[in-house]
Design a protein around this ligand. Structure first.
Ligand code: ZN
Length: 366
């Protein structure tokens, strides 16, 4: 029987009723489908953005100095006490950024008590206060680790700011905005200075806007790019002929003749001509242009956890954060800063901190 006749045979009321049921069913199916997709996407987002990153932050192993390693039991003790045991490595990484384990106020925790910097004289007290402060920040940040790390540097006000303007989440842009705002408010006190070229450029000179990246660089899987592999064999830091003019170790000070520690090796070179080059693959972590101390100098972090430091340069041709290959030029030989004539002062350090130097000779095969 033709279709039209069959439709005609079914009472109009039943037909409308059937149509209604089909429409309702379609609608329900659509809702089900949409929510399934949303859940799936939400799960994926969580998985890549939050969970994986947190796992990485927590499971990374901190690259720390021997000076700091001696305090490890205290970090374990107090992180257990304040319920942040899974963050021991992160706390050690943070401490590398704060003091490298070289100062009595190891975690630079004095300011969290409202005291002037380095007021705490007992390392154990510093670790206790520092970890308690971090645990507070982590709780206030509702588990957002990066937000808690930055708040350790900026103070808890940054978390309120994130809640108000960024759904309670950390971002570098937010840190820059906050730092700029606070600096406008507080620069008249003269207590703050632009510690990074990036800070000076953006006017974000309150605290350290690069703090999160700096801390994470001490954890494997941090900001050091993984495509840069250590080669295990260093090249010389200056191109061409080598004349070593001063050894590492105690010597008489070239300015006043008193015994002084020489923290690197000096090489003779030609002012503004000799090329200074990175001894291995790595990332530039500090560029300073100065007329005193090390003069124009560059600090490079290598994947094996060591730093190489090049001082008294005439010009610098690299930027902070730049990834370098072994032998890349970083500048020209000079005599800037505390120097008596054109030479390269070359140091090898185990942390970013002054004083963590070791003898560079074996690394250069000298
Ligand atoms: Zn020197």
């Amino acid at each position: 029987m033709p279709w039209a006749i069959a439709v005609g045979l079914v009472p109009r009321k039943v037909w409308l009723w059937l149509l209604g049921v089909i429409l309702v069913l379609c609608f329900l199916l659509m809702i089900l489908f949409t929510s399934a997709i949303t859940t799936l996407m939400g799960f994926q987002k969580n998985n890549t953005n939050e969970n994986v990153e947190s796992v990485e932050l927590v499971n990374g192993k901190a690259q720390i100095s021997e000076a700091l390693d001696q305090y490890r039991p205290l970090f374990e003790k107090y992180s257990a006490k304040y319920g942040v045991s899974e963050y021991v490595e992160l706390l050690l990484a943070k401490t590398m950024q704060e003091s490298g384990g070289q100062l009595a106020d190891v975690m630079q925790a004095s300011e969290s008590l409202g005291l002037p910097p380095n007021t705490i004289q007992d390392p154990e007290r510093s670790i206790k206060v520092g970890i308690r402060y971090f645990a507070n920040m982590l709780e206030k940040a509702d588990g957002d680790v990066k937000l808690a790390i930055q708040a350790y540097n900026f103070g808890g006000g940054f978390i309120n700011y994130a809640n108000e303007y960024n759904n309670g989440e950390y971002s570098k842009e937010l840190a820059i905005e906050f730092s700029r705002m606070k600096y406008q408010e507080l620069k008249h006190t003269g207590m703050y200075s632009c510690i990074r070229p990036e800070s000076a450029a953006t006017g974000a000179c309150y605290g350290d806007i690069g703090y999160v990246e700096a801390v994470l660089s001490y954890l494997k899987g941090g900001t050091i790019k993984t495509d840069v592999q250590p080669t295990g064999e260093w090249v010389m830091p200056i191109a061409g002929a080598l004349t070593q003019t001063s050894d590492y170790g105690m010597r008489s000070d070239p300015f006043d003749g008193t015994p002084a520690m020489h923290r690197g090796i000096d090489f003779a070179c030609t002012n503004a001509v000799t090329s200074i080059q990175s001894v291995d693959n790595g990332q530039v972590v500090e560029v300073e242009r100065s007329h005193s101390g090390y003069g124009n100098n560059v600090l490079i972090k290598h994947k094996d956890g060591l730093y190489s430091h090049y001082a008294h340069l005439y010009t610098i041709s690299v930027q902070n954060g730049e990834v370098l290959q072994k032998g890349d030029e970083i500048g020209k030989c000079g005599t800037t800063g505390n120097s008596t004539g054109p030479h390269l002062h070359f140091e090898v350090m185990t942390t970013k901190q002054y004083g963590s130097d070791i003898n560079p000779a074996p690394y250069l095969g000298l």
